[in-house]
Design a protein around this ligand. Sequence first.
Ligand code: ADP
Ligand code: MG
Length: 921
Amino acid sequence: MASGGFRNGTSKGTLKVERNVSVYSNVKSSSFKSKPAPSPSSHASGLRRNSSGSLGSPGAVKDDAGVPGRVRVAVRMRPQNAEELVADADFADCVELQPELKRLKLRKNNWDSDTYEFDEVLTEFASQKRVYEVVAKPVVESVLEGYNGTVMAYGQTGTGKTFTLGLLGEKDTASRGIMVRSMEDILADISPETDSVSVSYLQLYMETIQDLLDPANDNISIVEDPRAGDVSLPGATVVEIRNQKSFLELLRLGEAHRFAANTKLNTESSRSHAILMVNVKRSVIGREAAAFSSENGNASHLSKTIKPPVVRKGKLIVVDLAGSERIDKSGSEGHTLEEAKSINLSLSALGKCINALAENSSHVPVRDSKLTRLLRDSFGGTARTSLIVTIGPSPRHRGETSSTIMFGQRAMKVENMVKIKEEFDYKSLSRRLEIQLDKLIVEHERQQKAFEDEVERITIEAQNRISELERNYADALENERLKYQKEYMASIKKLEEQWIMDKQKHGNDKTGFEHKDECLDKTHSWEGPLVSVSEEVIELRQLLKNEIHSRKVAEEEVKNLESQLAQWKSSEASGNAELLKLHKLLEDEERQKGKLEEEITILRSQLLQLSFEAEETGRSLERDGPGKIFTGLDSLMAQVRHPPLKDSGHEQKASIAKLFEQVGMQKILSLLESEDADVRIHAVKVVANLAAEEANQEKIVEAGGLTSLLMLLRSSEDDMIRRVASGAIANLAMNETNQELIMAQGGISLLSMTAADAEDPQTLRMVAGAIANLCGNDKLQMTLRGEGGIKALLGMVRCGHPDVLAQVARGIANFAKCESRASTQGTKTGRSRLIDDGALHWIVQNANNEASPIRRHIELALCHLAQHEVNAKDMISGGALWELVRISRDCSREDIRTLAHRTMTSSPTFQAELRRLRIEC
Ligand code: ADP
Ligand code: MG
């Protein structure tokens, strides 16, 4: 995937890269390679061959996984200090350096020593400049190219770690340490317009990271990006560095803070790790964009434009580790053992990690400490790492020196896979594209405007041309016209002249002729053609005149016709209006007719009922014969004592009338309240008989007979009395005025009570008859029903006697008739009270009763109910529609058949149901 050469040897060539968006990748520790410490020969090809002192492995082909880059390790020995000069004067040095062989000999005893190879062996005479150049400079150069880099010093306290890394060299520039020199090189290399350098400075002590640029910020957490394998400290202060001076100030500040912090923590700097982080962000647009397009030979302008600029982000970490000496003196520093463990935790974890990496172990305990987490890219990661181990010359510290050397040896076995940290800068590409887009939009708008202007200009030009042509054409036409006119006039003039000339000539030739002849001649001889022309002209003129005249006549005619048309139109309009009116009238008439027909239907049904009632009354009269007749007061009294066996008709009737005259109504009525039960019975019979005669009814009522009869119903226990009284009341109830009186005196309740108590069919027949009569009164409908009249009627069907049933049916038919009338008049709404009171079931059951009086009344009642759409649904569900169908087909009376048929066909609900049931009617 990646192509192009990796920097080789001393040449700091351009890196040609074509790669995916991100070159970061999470390299697992298990994939890290380690190899044995390089042999002197292989080692020789390392540092010595690079005059610039690069520790980098040259010539590797770049790919995404990076290239192998072993951790480079140099050893530096401090010169003897004043104390050692005295103290160690009698001792032989325990370390012998062979810098040219890059070897170090550690004396085991007087006759034996171990030899170790390093990437660089720096003697006590090595200058700070040289140390920087062999140890740090290659790393710094890598960082500038977009790699991560680490420079770390490891060694016993007092061996020169800080001397090597941190010296500012303010008094003696030659003593400047690695930090200062690194920044100098970085600042010299970057271009301030496109690149940036920023710095954080931290201290790690007892597993706590403290910001040396902001000491209050003393618990900074480490954030690891598992995808990119990157480690960052978002909480740390980041200071942008523009020049060396500001960097030195920053380091001074950091040192001061470090000193203060250590004083406060009651420790020494030797116990803490100091970490300087330098982030270098470089844009490679100028240098590398060329590489992109040249690789992509036919790259269009567009593809070049949308190629995002590449940024390289190199990070340099400089670590001044805590002293590597064992911390068994910790007690003197006032720390508990736990604290001591914590102080050393990071350092020992680092040692473990390096051991694991050196041994190519499958597990590297990177997560065991903050230091190893921070340095995960430095050892076994993608960074280019350079370690300097510092030792002192004193044989008294031989043990520490030895362990430091061993640490360095192990670190040399750690192989990193160095990888460039390069990514596309989409943000700046987006910015650039936006600007370009805006430019294009402006350009487009400008062109659009120019185009529109051009179109307008051409349009105006065309219009001008057209109008000019029109003008020219009109001018030419006018000229032509004038020319012809002129020519015409000229020729006329010429003709006239010629004519005059000819005339004169003629006059000269014919001198001596009569003037008349002359005229004649002029007309007929030499001027023949001219004469005919003028004749023609005259003729034509005449014709023209005629034409004009006839045209005028025609115009007149047209005008006439037009006015006639207008008249017709207006009359047509008025005719239409008239027609509309007539239509409306017709519609009204039709509506009226419909209504009338409806009314006729209802009236017919009422007539039917009346005729039926008349018939029945006739029949019943025939059957029952006249009432019980009494003869005279004497015989009345006799009757009271000896009830008559069998009386017969007319004779008795007449005698009752006589009796009535003789004793007076009052007297008879007073007998109704007699102590003697027999007297009471006979008296009531007398009154009943009298009540059967219409002529007597008024008198009976006037005398309070009705009230007395009602009283009897209420008070009497005697069945006979109640039956006869009911009969009398039934008779009186034929009259409308009496009906109202009965109702006013609570007659319905009394009759209902009687109906409920009585068993005797005759009594029930009378009571039912009375109620049936009341049912026929329009005014009493509501009260009657309200006081339980319908219920009482229906209650009486229990006795099953056809006479009683006939009266009940009559009452129902009467009630239905009145209700129907009220509905038609609009004084009643809603469904029938009969249905409300549950009469429908009985009606349907008895609609085909064998007894014709019952059947007829019910048939009529059904027809009344069916006339009102509100009842239709209940009637259907109650089975009444079947009865109506039956009646419309089978009823022996044609008028009832027709009525049933009509009521059915005029109801949409019935019609729908019949259609649903597929019944034709
Ligand atoms: P460390 O940081 O390892 O504890 P320092 O850098 O503080 O050690 O060094 C201890 C002392 O030794 C300091 O006084 C320092 O100036 C001196 N020193 C260390 N290395 C050298 C050297 N290479 N040349 C001269 N003096 C040195
Ligand atoms: Mg130090």
